[in-house]
Design a protein around this ligand. Structure first.
Ligand code: SF4
Ligand code: SF4
Length: 305
């Protein structure tokens, strides 16, 4: 399963120099498209499988260039620019004419060679910091052919690899790639299948089953629980999540990271014309400290960040 020059993947962005997506300094490749649709997703522009036009109001200077370029999609009103995204085919022509640098397309098609070129740029940082490349999204496992080719190439070149995933894919996909992956970050969103379905669009049965299987086969897995106020932050749900991880049998050390809520994704929601749901205030330092003490009393390897 190797990629040809003509093969492409939908990539939302590639960032350089991350220190939050695994060990050391990392390049992060965000794949487009995800099977879930978590209402708090921090990368909502990565959820659909196709490109969406992004418009950042704070940068828009109402110059009207976009209206001249694409009358089908843009209109000018007294309140500013209005956009009909249903008419946009993602050609990207308006972006280079935008005087405020206020427009972007959420994803583009990239070849294997182009993606690997970006990864290779940071090779000296990987060496110096113990870093590597992290494949994220969206859901990188939803484009397994390109992902596998990139993972194999990184393995050949001695580049450390990490995958950030929600694991809601057929297990055969995971089975096809895990031998080329150095470490995984896997999200646990809620232990109740109905609540999980309500907030993400899908139940958690396949995810938990995949986690049990990969745990028997891989030695470096970290579980992440993003705290969403009023959704999954009850002590009952967190205890169940920790118990689930503690009960896993297999090769990996059991590590859990509980992540403080934030509302930093709000501008991204506005940029794609979606309402941002603010689930509440971020947890206070006192609340996080109490949580850490309690969860550590159940299981020692829980970090609260
Ligand atoms: S990306 Fe193309 S179709 Fe979409 S608004 Fe811009 S010029 Fe129009
Ligand atoms: S071209 Fe850019 S800055 Fe000008 S009105 Fe359109 S979106 Fe705003």
């Amino acid at each position: 399963m190797t990629n040809k020059m003509s093969d492409t993947a939908n990539i939302s962005k590639i960032t350089h120099g991350s220190t939050e997506d695994g060990r050391g300094i990392r390049t992060v490749v965000f794949f487009g498209g995800c099977g879930l649709g978590c209402r708090w997703c921090h990368n909502p522009e990565c959820i659909p499988p196709e490109p969406i036009l992004m418009h950042f109001e704070n940068k828009c200077i109402s110059c009207g260039q976009c209206v001249k370029i694409c009358r089908e999609v843009f209109g000018m009103t007294a309140e500013g620019i209005v956009i009909d995204r249903t008419k946009c085919d993602g050609c990207g022509k308006c972006i280079s004419h935008c005087l405020g640098d206020a427009l972007a397309i959420s994803q583009c098609k990239m070849t294997f060679e182009k993606i690997f070129e970006e990864i290779e740029k940071d090779k000296s940082y990987y060496k110096y910091s113990g870093g590597g490349v992290t494949f994220s999204g969206g859901e990188c496992l939803m484009q397994p052919k390109m992902l596998k080719s990139l993972l194999k190439k990184c393995a050949t070149e001695g580049i450390n690899t990490c995958i950030e995933s929600c694991f809601d894919v057929p297990y055969e996909v995971i089975e096809g790639i895990y031998q080329y992956v150095n470490s995984f970050f896997i999200d646990i969103k809620h232990m109740d299948p109905d609540i999980h379905r309500y907030y993400t669009g899908r139940g958690n049965g396949r995810i938990l089953s995949n986690i049990r299987k990969i745990f028997q086969n891989h030695g470096d897995i970290t579980f992440r629980i993003p705290l969403i106020p009023g959704v999954n932050d009850s002590m009952e749900n967190l205890e169940k999540s920790v118990d689930f991880v503690a009960s896993l049998k297999g090769k990996s050390e059991k590590r859990i990271e509980v992540l403080k809520y934030n509302d930093l994704a709000a501008p991204k929601y506005r940029s794609i014309g979606r309402n941002f749901v603010n689930f509440g205030k971020p947890q206070s330092d006192d609340e996080l400290s109490h949580l850490k003490t309690h969860l550590n009393s159940l299981y020692e390897n829980v970090k609260v960040i």
